[in-house]
Each structure stands twice: as structure tokens, then as C-alpha cells.
Design a protein around this ligand. Sequence first.
Ligand code: C2G
Length: 132
Amino acid sequence: MKRVITYGTYDLLHYGHINLLRRAKEYGDYLIVALSTDEFNWDQKQKKCYFTYEERKKMLESIRYVDLVIPEENWEQKKTDCALYHVDTFVMGDDWKGKFDFLKEQGVEVVYLPRTPEISTTQIKSDLAERK
Ligand code: C2G
């Protein structure tokens, strides 16, 4: 069984997220999503999520490509996650290109996929704000 992992906030779930998850799953048989906790988002990414971690987790678990959702609590856990879950392939959108190549040193294939253009959670929020 080939195991794939990816990380993210996945707030206001949209088709760009789904495109990423669909393509990530194509690299294996089992896809783990390490979902940024509310604390990690706020402390480390200055992101205030619209949906809580539990709500975002439920939504991700309902996606056919996703097999397991675990919490992302810090930047450092990727190495131990990949070892703990026997991960073969690490996948991220290419806005992160090069940032996680260190995982190759522990035998993990690292893949950066093109982002889906024209859609982002930030864009959704600003579009909705303009409509008021
Ligand atoms: N994404 C995409 N296309 C978009 C928007 C997002 O392919 N239009 C991808 C991102 O590249 C990422 C995933 O969807 O791989 C989740 O995006 P975010 O929730 O914005 O994740 P991010 O805040 O980048 O967190 O440790 C890594 C971080 O947790 C990544």
C-alpha cells in the first residue's frame, strides 16, 4: 500500500483544495491530510479560520480521496509524521515548491503540484466582503 501525505488549513473548502487532494491521491492508495489546528494557524500562519478544526476535519473526512485526517500542530512534525505513518510520497501545492525537499533525505518522494488558479480562501473572503 502506497501512502501519501499532505498538509494544509483547508478553510472554506473549495475546488482548488479538492483538485489538490484528488491529484495527491493519484500517487498512492492511502491519503493522509495533516490539518492545521486553530492554534497553529493563528500562532504560525496568522490565519483566523472561519471553520474550527473539528468542522474542517469533518468536511475533509467526507471527501472520497481522504483516508485519514491528523492534526498539524507545528512546522517540525513532517519528518516524524512521514516516519510514523510510513509515508511514500509527500504532496503540496507548488506555492511551497522547494520548502520541504529535506524529506527526500528520509526516502520520501516530494511532489509539488500546480495550484488551481483563480481560487483561494482569501479571495472568497474578499469577494464576499465586497458584496455587502
Ligand atoms: N491549493 C491549491 N490551489 C489553490 C489553493 C490551495 O492547490 N487554489 C493547495 C495548497 O497549495 C495546499 C493545499 O491546497 O497544498 C491547502 O491549501 P491551504 O489550506 O492554503 O494550506 P496552507 O495554508 O498553504 O498550509 O505545513 C504546510 C501548511 O500547513 C500548508
